[in-house]
Write a protein that binds this ligand. Structure first.
Ligand code: AMP
Ligand code: MN
Ligand code: MN
Ligand code: MN
Length: 306
């Protein structure tokens, strides 16, 4: 059986019959180091309980959650391999495009330098969002978001959660729609690094650069193809083909694009918090014909675990 075609429920059935016969990868997840709601310890415990074998933690522009995760895995002897990752925000043709880095050396000077610059941009953007919301008669949003970020990288999600908590808007999705997306009161155009810069730094720090959730950008099919072409031309390694919330058609299409643009295929839940529709390891398998991003990983998995 092709190991890439196995999903988590099939795996649970097969596990007792053929232990360790295949590996479940989830290569995109968040913790409280950015806008996830679980601590790194809680996240790795949940991943292990969901049958995930290889987990990448990919917080927004920070690697701060990885050490705690690694300690938790060791102390609790979890059957889980950790991939050192980060999700870097970039700007391409006025669109915010996310690039996931996998298997990086988190102490590499170029990576550290880039993440310091990105953190500064995050902080400045958050302050500017706060000013715009203040003008729109929503006071203290910056302070509220900062408080919810609790020392982690601040994101628009923290503003959204704050506004929901204040009872101003019913849910996070509505806050984005009403206030935080392009053209709305609290939208601040970001100044992220370029795709080229992100790929360059990821490559220098020994990792693989993966175009994150390509189905989630507001791009026409013509522009999506341009994005794939650009990402591949700049030396990107792979693309996320499989996510848990996705139609079969979209997964098949992204698989075809991966082949067309000679990109390896990755998969990840983009888990942020326990909820009904997204779960660690759920529905993650690759369509046939693609080359998995882990193709050349050593059998003990490229993880930087010392
Ligand atoms: P930022 O990096 O500050 O631009 O925040 C981006 C994060 O906000 C994403 O990683 C998502 O977690 C979240 N997000 C973006 N758009 C939406 C949306 N429409 N609804 C809910 N969450 C969103
Ligand atoms: Mn997020
Ligand atoms: Mn993203
Ligand atoms: Mn993400």
């Amino acid at each position: 059986m092709d190991v890439h075609l196995i999903n988590s429920s099939t795996k649970n059935i097969l596990r007792s019959a053929t232990p360790s016969a295949f590996t479940l990868y989830d290569l995109h997840s968040h913790t409280t180091a950015s806008d996830g709601l679980l601590t790194p310890t809680e996240l790795v415990m949940r991943a292990a309980s969901m049958g995930v074998d290889v987990l990448a933690i990919t917080d927004h522009d920070t690697t701060a959650g990885l050490t705690e995760a690694e300690v938790a895995i060791k102390q609790q002897k979890l059957p889980l391999r950790l991939i050192h990752g980060v999700e870097i925000s970039t700007l391409w043709q006025h669109h915010e495009i996310h690039v996931v880095a996998l298997g990086i050396d988190i102490s590499h000077p170029s990576m550290c330098k880039l993440l310091v610059a990105q953190a500064k941009r995050r902080s400045q953007r958050a302050q500017a969002i706060g000013v715009l919301l203040e003008k729109a008669h929503i006071p203290n949003a910056w302070q509220g978001a900062q408080c919810l970020a609790n020392g982690g990288q601040i994101t628009r999600s923290h503003f959204a959660r704050y506004l929901v908590k204040q009872g101003r808007v019913a849910n996070v999705a509505q806050v984005f729609k009403k206030y935080l997306v392009k053209g709305k009161t609290g939208y601040v155009p970001p100044e992220w690094c370029t795709i080229e810069e992100a790929i360059d730094v990821i490559t220098q720090s020994g990792g693989q650069a993966v175009l994150a959730h390509p189905g989630c950008y507001p791009l026409s099919s013509k522009w999506l193809k341009r994005l794939f072409a650009h990402f591949a031309e700049q030396g990107g390694d792979g693309v996320e083909v499989a996510q848990c919330q996705q139609t079969p058609d979209e997964r098949a299409l992204l698989g075809r694009y991966a082949r067309t643009y000679s990109l390896l295929a990755s998969q990840g839940s983009d888990f942020h918090q326990p909820c009904a529709w997204i779960e660690l390891g759920r529905k993650l398998w690759l369509p046939s014909g693609v080359e998995p991003i882990w193709r050349d990983w050593a059998s003990d998995v490229k993880s930087n675990i010392k």
